[in-house]
Design a protein. Structure first.
Ligand code: GDP
Length: 472
């Protein structure tokens, strides 16, 4: 009901609840406090008209099309270790046209915005890797517009490359492939293109729709062409936001600084953030005392897609927390306190993440339409065979999606992806590493391991038929 009133999908409401730490099912009645907070996440206010808490929702903010202006794309760089993510980000940072004027970007604040020669802008998230990307997504924050997947052209498509691609695809974020290190004598970009095509990622040169660019992040070859492709992709996405309203966005990172107090890097997604604004970020709040850009220069205002460091919060919010500006401090404070209280209550209750049993139960109730699976195995042949067979279990009612498959141990990254995408993790003749196990316990992600293909198929099938008996 709430979802249809706000004209969003029920899954979005459920995931907003999850990110507030409230584990709910489709037909569950939300408590008044939760209703307020969830509606707030979508820009709605709830008014309770009587003691029965009959709610009427008043729209507070839907942007008129004429208020929307273009905004810069926000880009994350992902790829296998040593393939050149850091070098790429460093090169772009250095060639920023503003760099010459005011001394370049010296501070790491988690994100930076570059201006290209023609005046166009791109914002880069400065923590490369899909772990950071998916950790944010697990908190319900969709920050990235475009993912650059860096692949060293003198190497192969490696496990982390595959992971990065799976993470971008699971998030529905378009990719641009940067075939890096083409200055190297051993570079063979065609081989990489072929390996990509084998995993159904077809680059444009091969008749597909994924843009790619050969580059050298070290020498700088074709880096301008890569950025052009980012802008082209951004144009296709028609990225826009209304700069003329109270700011909202996402926390990129936050810390306690000895001299300055709590320092948080925020990425504005809509509206304009000003010095003096009252901000609510996660369970923290405060008046913006000062704002700095990535060069450490003071700023007075920051519009959509612009990252800023702010001083003045009463604590350090978590990366991926949403922030929002309020007209008065009291309102910000009240919601911050409510959220804090709610989070504490929720952490006492046991939260319930997805397990195969739970999925079976919800499928039986007609609440579930998709079964997301992350599949790891000991050899490629059995991973492929199992993946094929699992996907073929799809019925008209339930789609089985293999979000990611690969050879090797179950890693933390797999668990993160499962958390962000409501997936279960299946291991075939492989186990979870110690860190992955800890994270899975914490996030309550179910890992099912099998050593017989048919056992895996049977259990998933049973779950889909809603008749799996709980694992003891
Ligand atoms: P990351 O782990 O993906 O962040 O990779 P780095 O950016 O740290 O790069 C790993 C290594 O590859 C470093 O020694 C870089 O100097 C080198 N490297 C990165 N890009 C290039 C390139 O385009 N050409 C060459 N020859 N070396 C590169």
């Amino acid at each position: 009901e709430l979802a249809s009133l706000m004209e969003v999908s029920p899954m979005e409401v459920i995931s907003a609840c999850f990110s507030l730490g409230v584990m709910v099912t489709m037909n569950q009645r939300l408590e008044a406090d939760t209703l307020l907070l969830v509606a707030d996440e979508f820009g709605f206010k709830i008014e309770f008209s009587d003691a029965d808490l009959e709610e009427s929702i008043t729209e507070v903010e839907v942007d008129a099309p004429e208020d929307l202006l273009n905004r810069a794309p926000i880009v994350t760089v992902m790829g296998h270790v040593d393939h050149g993510k850091t070098s790429l980000l460093d090169y772009i940072r250095k060639t920023n046209v503003i760099a010459g004027e005011s001394g370049g970007i010296t501070q790491h604040i988690g994100a930076y915005n570059v201006e290209l020669e023609d005046g166009q802008r791109i914002t880069f998230l400065d923590t490369p890797g899909h772990e950071a990307f998916t950790a944010m997504r697990a908190r319900g924050a969709q920050v990235t517009d475009i993912a650059i997947i860096v692949i060293a052209a003198d190497d192969d498509v490696m496990p982390q490359t595959k992971e990065a691609i799976a993470h971008a695809q699971a998030a529905g974020v378009p990719m641009i492939i940067a075939l890096n290190k083409i200055d190297r004598p051993g570079a063979n970009p065609d081989k990489v293109r072929e390996q990509l095509s084998a995993m159904n990622v077809l680059v444009e040169e091969w008749g597909g729709n994924v843009q790619s660019q050969e580059v050298s992040a070290k020498v700088g070859t074709n880096m301008d062409a890569l950025l052009e492709k980012v802008l082209l992709q951004a144009e296709l996405l028609e990225l826009s936001a209304n700069p003329n309203k109270l700011a909202q966005g996402v926390v990129i990172e936050a810390s306690l600084d000895k001299g300055r107090g709590y320092v948080a890097t925020m990425l504005v997604q809509a509206g304009t953030l000003n010095v003096g604004d009252y901000v609510l970020a996660g369970t923290n709040h405060g008046k913006v005392k000062a704002m700095l850009d990535e060069r450490g220069n003071p700023m007075k205002a920051a519009g959509p897609s612009i990252p800023v460091t702010i001083l003045g919060l009463d604590g350090a919010p978590t990366a991926g927390d949403k922030f929002r500006v309020f007209n008065d401090e009291k309102e910000a404070k009240t919601i911050a306190n409510k959220r804090d209280q709610l989070q504490r209550e929720q952490s006492i209750r046991t939260k319930k993440h997805l397990t195969l049993d739970e999925i079976g139960r919800r499928i039986a109730l007609g609440e579930f339409k998709e079964l997301n699976i992350i599949l790891k195995g000991d050899v490629d042949g059995s991973v492929e065979a199992l993946s094929d067979m699992l996907e073929r279990l799809s019925t008209e009612e339930i789609q089985v999606n293999i979000l990611h498959k690969g050879v090797g141990q179950i890693t933390e990254s797999d668990i993160l992806l499962a958390t962000a995408s409501d997936a279960i993790v299946i291991g075939f003749n492989v186990r979870a590493g110690a860190n992955a196990k800890d994270l899975a316990d914490k996030e309550e992600i179910e890992i099912r391991t099998y050593s017989v293909i048919y056992a895996a198929i049977d259990e998933v099938k049973e779950a889909m038929e809603g008749m799996l008996s709980p694992e003891i």
